[in-house]
Design a protein around this ligand. Structure first.
Ligand code: NDP
Length: 338
């Protein structure tokens, strides 16, 4: 039997167009169909990427025997029904973040996939970066001693072609928190190997986003190992570099240009021994995620970020939103419910 996995893309999206089509193909995945809410958009996408089949009928694709996995990159409110339908048809699911718009919906997706014994993975690409994997390794090997603080710099300029639903559609889960902070949380969970237990945050709406959606946020997240992490995310900041720092009793790690889709970035370790540049072998983040997803489907390994990881980043992101809305600290259940 061939180990080649047949994929259907659900959503004729920018992320599929710019990154995931190449990532799937680079890992020998066969993209056999694309589904869109619009037949014309599906056809256009299929033609551009030489995908054999294009449709607006999800059921048609889910009934195909040559589709083993789906990649869901529709707008966020569609993730739940599409993932549940895919699982019901026995398809493995790689779903974009945020997994869903509520804890209960994410729970339903996890249950639906578990019931049919199919893989559910969340496309948190940053934990697939060689830089973040190196940071985790360094922290686990004691390079900074006991980690005390972390800081995430993820304030960027939202590219012009993405200035649509993210800025204006509340029912699609728009706003910077579900778009960017959710990635910060996943990355911090991964790098620190710890769980968020409390958040406090303030959001801003500078005019780029509408309908009360936030286009900037600053927050503090307390982790169960005592680390306090600061996050700064925005759609409105064109000239700031991104980064992640971890400060511990015996050293500090400075990772620069690492909150990005691209396989770039540098790490510096400062300690009593001085300053050292850490070597990193960069690899495409999305290809790494797909490779791990394929191994999960074929060999039962864990995907890079599971459904449960997507659930936990969503829980913390929603807590950030609640904290900002209520001007209060918000606790996150610990141990995690899922
Ligand atoms: P897009 O706006 O490009 O695509 C989202 C959906 O919008 C598509 O599925 C499509 O719907 C619809 N759409 C696309 N073009 C048009 C158009 N011209 N007119 C009307 N509708 C259109 O979003 P993104 O690719 O930026 O994001 C998609 C998902 O991926 C989101 O969940 C987002 O959070 C996530 N994401 C994840 C990233 C990561 O690195 N992990 C990075 C960027 C996004 P249809 O399904 O009907 O084709």
């Amino acid at each position: 039997m061939s180990n080649r996995i047949g994929w259907a893309l659900i959503g004729a999206s920018t992320i599929a167009d710019e990154w995931m089509v190449n990532a799937i193909r680079s890992q020998d995945g066969a993209i056999v169909a694309v589904v869109s809410g619009s037949e014309a958009r599906a056809r256009q996408f299929a033609d551009r990427h030489r995908i054999p089949s294009a449709t607006s009928e999800l059921g048609q694709v889910l009934g195909r025997a040559d589709v083993q996995a789906v990649y869901i990159s529709s707008t966020n409110e569609n993730h739940l029904p599409q993932a549940v339908a895919a699982a019901a048809s026995g398809k493995h699911v790689l779903c974009e973040k945020p997994l869903a718009l509520s804890e209960a919906d994410a729970h339903r997706m996890i249950d639906a996939c578990a019931e049919k014994n199919v893989v559910l993975a969340t496309n948190h690409h940053l934990r697939c970066a060689a830089t973040h994997r190196k940071l985790r390794e360094l922290i686990q090997s004691g390079a900074v001693g006991k980690p005390l603080f972390a800081r995430v710099f993820h304030a960027v300029s939202l590219p012009a072609h993405l200035r649509g639903w993210r800025l204006h559609k509340t029912d699609a889960g728009g706003g910077v928190v579900l778009d960017i902070s959710v990635h910060d949380i996943d990355t911090l969970r991964f790098v620190l190997d710890a769980e968020p237990v409390q958040v406090t945050a303030m959001t801003s709406s500078s005019g780029m986003a509408s309908h009360g959606l936030a286009d900037g946020v600053m927050g503090v997240v307390r982790f169960n190992n005592g680390v306090l992490a600061q996050i700064h995310d925005a759609f409105t900041v064109p000239f700031a570099p991104t980064g992640l720092e971890v400060h511990g009793t015996d050293g500090s790690l400075f990772a620069r240009s690492v909150m990005t889709q691209r396989a770039i970035g540098e790490i510096e370790l400062r300690s009593a021994e001085g300053s050292k540049a850490i070597e990193v072998e960069h690899r495409d983040l999305y290809a790494t995620a797909v490779a791990q997803f394929h191994r999960a489907v074929l060999h039962g390994e864990a995907p890079a970020a599971s459904g449960s990881d997507g659930y936990r980043s969503l829980v913390a992101a929603l807590a950030i939103q609640r904290s900002a809305a209520s001007s209060s600290h918000v606790a996150i259940p610990f141990p995690p419910e899922l």
